[in-house]
Unconditional design. Structure first.
Length: 202
């Protein structure tokens, strides 16, 4: 077992076998994910067809999101639980295809510890309906106190409240990596969490 100290003064124990470096793999992963995003967006646009529903779903054009929520850190007895805020903005290509970019802020339980992820955002509303399930994925990189890969897929439901406005509830998972110090070496470790979010889109 190694005794390690985070840069924001939290102490943890983990096995030597858990120590590995992600930086080279991270760059390759991001490139591949962005390529997948581009291919999926192209597919959605080129294959857009009428979806089942009442026709009162998401409209084509600019679309923005504001979300708040909480991430439960199940790996570490919620030691790294955190309150969340994210916003993203982009273009709705068809009733079920959105692509944009955004950023967020997460305040961890440890006082003074902040994570600021910057990400690409891909989302699909599955029905052209006033109430529709959706899937979305955010992938990027986190800065400030917590630095490393940020990947957050989620499932949820959207409720239309006006022509271009909807309320969103979602359950998801955040895969996030952070730097820690082992003796004199800086390595990365996971601080994954289950996320619950409430938000609005317009």
């Amino acid at each position: 077992m190694w005794f390690v100290k985070r840069r924001f003064n939290i102490f943890l124990y983990f096995q030597k076998s858990d120590i590995y470096i992600f930086a080279p793999k991270f760059k390759i992963m991001i490139r591949r994910l962005l390529l997948v995003f581009a291919l999926v967006a192209s597919f959605l646009v080129s294959n857009a067809k009428p979806l089942p529903g009442d026709g009162r779903g998401v409209l084509k054009g600019y679309r923005g999101f504001f979300d708040i929520g909480y991430a439960y850190g199940y790996r570490d007895d919620n030691l790294f639980g955190r309150a969340l805020f994210t916003t993203s903005h982009g273009y709705q290509f068809c009733p079920y295809g959105f692509f944009g970019v955004g950023f967020g802020t997460a305040y961890l339980h440890n006082p003074g510890t902040v994570s600021v992820p910057v990400f690409a955002h891909l989302r699909s509303d599955l029905l052209n309906n006033s109430i529709t399930p959706f899937v979305d994925v955010k992938v990027g990189y986190s800065f400030t106190d917590v630095e490393g890969l940020y990947f957050s897929p989620s499932l949820g439901c959207r409720f239309r409240v006006a022509k271009r406005v909807g309320l969103n509830l979602s359950l998801g998972y955040t895969l996030q990596k952070s730097s820690v110090y082992v003796l004199f070496w800086q390595v990365d470790t996971k601080i994954d969490a289950i996320t619950f979010k409430f938000g609005i889109d317009f």
